[in-house]
Design a protein around this ligand. Structure first.
Ligand SMILES: C[S@@+](CC[C@H](N)C(=O)[O-])C[C@H]1O[C@@H](n2cnc3c(N)ncnc32)[C@H](O)[C@@H]1O
Length: 294
């Protein structure tokens, strides 16, 4: 995991429409997907071939490469690869997100996960996996902070937001959003945790920001990461980009990061018929969640 200290912001746009489509044949597709998966842990499903082609073309345009071979060489060049790889990864990932994106899952956190947290424990640890520009991590932090305050002295919490994309993480850390995004935050939480900075922007208050840390973490490296003993692991709108085999690997490794009684929240429909000897389903309308039983 790499910390983000000292890095500055960059613009956020969903990437699906970037560039125009360029043909890549099956052999090239296989070569590029092998490279992306091996080097960056990025999986591009065969049906997203034109998305890969558009993304590569956009980066080729930016770097002035005339063809795929030249761009491939640039990515292997010791002098230029360190700068280009994060830009390519950012180009090939979808960063769309918003505050309180899936209301039912947030309801589950508020109604089931937090009230079920044992009185004897003093620190609640939550993780927003693939947090993009931070809205999910801040949404969770708002709910958890309100719960801790209501419960009284003695309960502290921390939220970790991780993602593969450094530009997204820089924005998450800045905690500054356009005013339009405020509408997604329930009124009482908006009053409590958000403050205007200009007419068109607001930021998350420092008191809440201090409870959250953002770091780069590739999903492939979860097993060797320090993420452990979590009370809540929240992973939504990420598994959809992976095939079933990889989804199972990811969910198994996320489950291993939970402490006893910890809950894993996925997006509804993101994983069908999954079973794990130490995980039981949490029943809550329109959600998909599992609790660690051992
Ligand atoms: C669509 S966003 C989801 C954001 C948020 N979880 C939500 O539901 O609103 C998907 C995020 O997954 C991140 N991502 C994609 N592949 C990843 C990987 N291998 N490791 C870590 N993050 C990854 C992308 O950078 C992107 O920010």
């Amino acid at each position: 995991m790499s910390d983000l200290a000292g890095q500055s912001g960059a613009a956020y746009e969903p990437r699906q429409q970037a560039g125009c489509s360029q043909h890549i044949d099956d052999r090239q597709f296989a070569r590029w997907t092998r490279l992306l998966e091996g080097r960056a842990g990025l999986f591009i499903a065969p049906e997203r071939k034109s998305f890969l082609a558009s993304g590569l073309r956009a980066r080729m345009r930016e770097t002035g490469c005339g063809d795929l071979g030249e761009y491939y060489r640039l990515l292997s060049s010791p002098a230029r690869q360190a700068r280009e790889w994060p830009l390519l990864v950012d180009q090939l990932t979808v960063h769309e997100t918003c505050f309180f994106r899936h209301a039912a899952s947030m309801g589950l956190v508020e109604d089931v996960v937090l009230p079920g947290f044992p009185d004897r424990k003093t620190v609640f640890k939550a993780w927003s996996v693939a947090c993009s520009t931070g809205e999910e991590a801040y949404s969770l932090a708002m709910l958890i902070d309100r719960f801790c305050t209501d419960r009284g002295a003695g309960l502290r919490f921390g939220v970790t937001g991780t993602d593969i994309s450094l530009p997204s993480l820089r924005q998450a850390k800045a905690a500054s959003y356009i005013e339009r995004r405020l509408k997604d935050i329930p009124e009482d939480l908006r009053q409590r945790y958000c403050t205007p900075v200009t007419q068109s922007r607001f930021e998350v208050k420092k008191r809440l920001r201090e409870r959250i840390c953002f770091a780069q973490l590739n999903l492939c490296d979860v097993a060797s990461s320090p993420m452990a003993d979590m009370d809540l692991v929240f992973c939504q709108n990420l598994l959809i980009y992976y095939d079933r085999e990889r989804r199972l690997e990811i969910v198994n490794s996320l489950s291993d990061c939970l402490g006893p009684g910890g809950v894993l929240v996925l997006g509804p429909g993101e994983l069908l018929n999954w079973q794990h000897p130490h995980m039981e389903k949490v029943r809550y309308k329109d959600t998909l969640a599992y609790r660690r039983t051992d």
